[in-house]
Ligand binder design. Sequence first.
Ligand SMILES: [Zn+2]
Length: 208
Amino acid sequence: MPENDKSKGVEFRFECPHCGAEIEDVEERKTDWISCRHCGEALNLASQLALDRADHNYLLAQELATPELTDRKRRQAEFSSEARDALFAYQRAYTGVQVALRAELPAAQQTWALQIMAGVAGILQLHQMISGLEARYWIQRLVCQTVRHEYEELDARLSEPHPSLLTRILHHPRWRLRRRQLRRALIHREKSLKMLERELAFIDVPQI
Ligand SMILES: [Zn+2]
């Protein structure tokens, strides 16, 4: 969480997404990248800070959310204060993830960022805060990521050295078939994502 102390500038602390060690006494805007003192991995500060804020706002929005948010007939002007606060927290989460994705995040954080986007995009679209095209993009992006993970997992299983005879006879043909299907699906999905990216004309194309 960021800590505001005017005498020292804005400082914040967060957990290293690679090793879980706490990183503290980091001054915002002092540098773009730092190395975790524990595991040595490079971390982009602006991205980590933006994701931390997005995460906080996403959880806050979920706590405040009321059924009004998903009621298609209800207009924003008629919202209760909780629903209005939830909607703005969702919006802050959305823009936070957009900033976080300007630099490449570690894999687990990428997946979490996409889960936030896919969860929030539908709600923001319902209230005309983003376009249907943009909402579709984030939902498709998450689906694509899930397919890619399944493909990589299967690929790793098939590349394991010295499989048993039973594995080779029983599982390998099925896994190979599934890997082929996933590969085809991935090519198709990534192509439509590229088309959506072109249509949306992102200023900063998400680094995923
Ligand atoms: Zn670390």
